[in-house]
Design a protein around this ligand. Structure first.
Ligand SMILES: Nc1ncnc2c1ncn2[C@@H]1O[C@H](COP(=O)(O)OP(=O)(O)OP(=O)(O)O)[C@@H](O)[C@H]1O
Ligand SMILES: [Mg+2]
Length: 295
């Protein structure tokens, strides 16, 4: 049975219970989305938990997650629905010769011959779902326009069949990395959530959650170093995803501390551009080197 949260605090606790540590506005916006039935546009840099939020919400709300991964050139046939041509063709062939066009047409444009793609699946589902429209900024503006009908009326029009309205109301999350500016029309229909890099304290909690066995001293240092690295002017600052990967690697290597050597050996886990590596090695490596080292 799908859950209907009664307060922001409940959403906060629910997301934590499924392994997602929400920031303050994350719980608030998620609560409003679930209660007001408005889609949420989630923006922010790579790897800060945008996609994960949708997964966590689905787990917490006990709903199926329906995911539409966007890419350049994505069209309605892949996002909404498509006619199952092969099946239609088989039906036509199976019809006795001499059946009139009208009879065949009635047959082959029924729901049975529709291939539902994620958007339609979400709309037509008997049980309410969480719909994740991931990386909407990768599509073009025409696709966005098509989404508008869906996001404002929660219905889809199929010329041959008519209107298909939502049986249940999905919680909708759209994510964007800001690779292009989204239209005002889309933004107007959505609640907005900006996810940024977490505070060191929250990041420490997240790292602990993912690698509970990592020694405390290492986890604390890791979060400090990550914050240092993010402060440098890098092409691609490390995200939460990289912090977690680094924590896992350090755990595997049995690190007791992040000293200069350990840092140099493992820094490519958090920094992934040639030029960034040089900057980080120079600026952070030196700072770590300042810590007293055993002779
Ligand atoms: N608040 C959080 N609590 C727990 N884990 C988190 C949190 N935020 C991020 N993570 C972890 O960080 C990783 C990256 O998150 P996610 O894939 O959602 O990033 P994203 O924002 O969608 O990135 P991209 O823009 O590259 O798609 C995930 O493995 C997730 O488990
Ligand atoms: Mg993502």
């Amino acid at each position: 049975m799908a859950i209907a949260p009664a307060s922001v605090g409940e959403v906060d606790a629910g997301l934590r219970a499924v392994g997602y540590l929400p920031g303050e506005s994350t719980s608030l916006v998620s609560y409003l989305a679930a209660r007001l039935g408005k889609p949420v546009l989630v923006e922010g840099p790579a790897g800060v938990g945008k996609t994960e939020l949708a997964k966590a919400l689905a787990a917490y709300l006990d709903r199926t997650l329906v995911r539409l991964q966007c890419y350049e050139g994505l069209d309605e046939a892949k996002a909404l629905y498509e006619w199952n041509y092969r099946k239609q063709l088989l039906r036509i062939q199976a019809e006795a010769t001499g059946t009139g066009w009208d009879a065949v047409q009635d047959d082959i444009f029924g729901e049975e011959f529709l291939l539902a793609r994620p958007l339609m699946t979400a709309i037509a589902s008997e049980e309410p779902v969480v719909l994740l429209i991931d990386e909407i900024d990768k599509t073009d503006q025409e696709f966005e326009a098509m989404l508008l009908e869906l996001l404002s009326d929660f219905q889809i029009t199929i010329p041959e069949l008519g209107r298909i309205g939502a049986r249940t109301h999905p919680v909708v999350l759209l994510t964007s990395n800001n690779s292009r500016e989204l239209t005002e029309a889309l933004k107007r229909r959505c609640l907005y959530l900006w996810l940024d890099y977490p505070t060191p304290q929250r990041e420490l909690e997240i790292v602990r959650m993912h690698t509970p066995d990592l020694p405390d001293a290492v986890a604390t240092k890791l979060v400090e170093v990550i914050a240092l690295v993010r402060d440098l002017d890098l092409k691609k600052p490390p995200s939460i995803a990289e912090s977690i990967d680094w924590a896992r690697a350090l755990l595997l290597l049995g690190a007791e501390d992040i000293d200069e050597d350990m840092f140099r050996q493992t820094m490519s886990i958090i920094v992934k551009h040639r030029t960034d590596l040089d900057v980080v090695a120079e600026r952070v490596g030196v700072r770590l080197g300042l810590a007293p080292r055993p002779a």
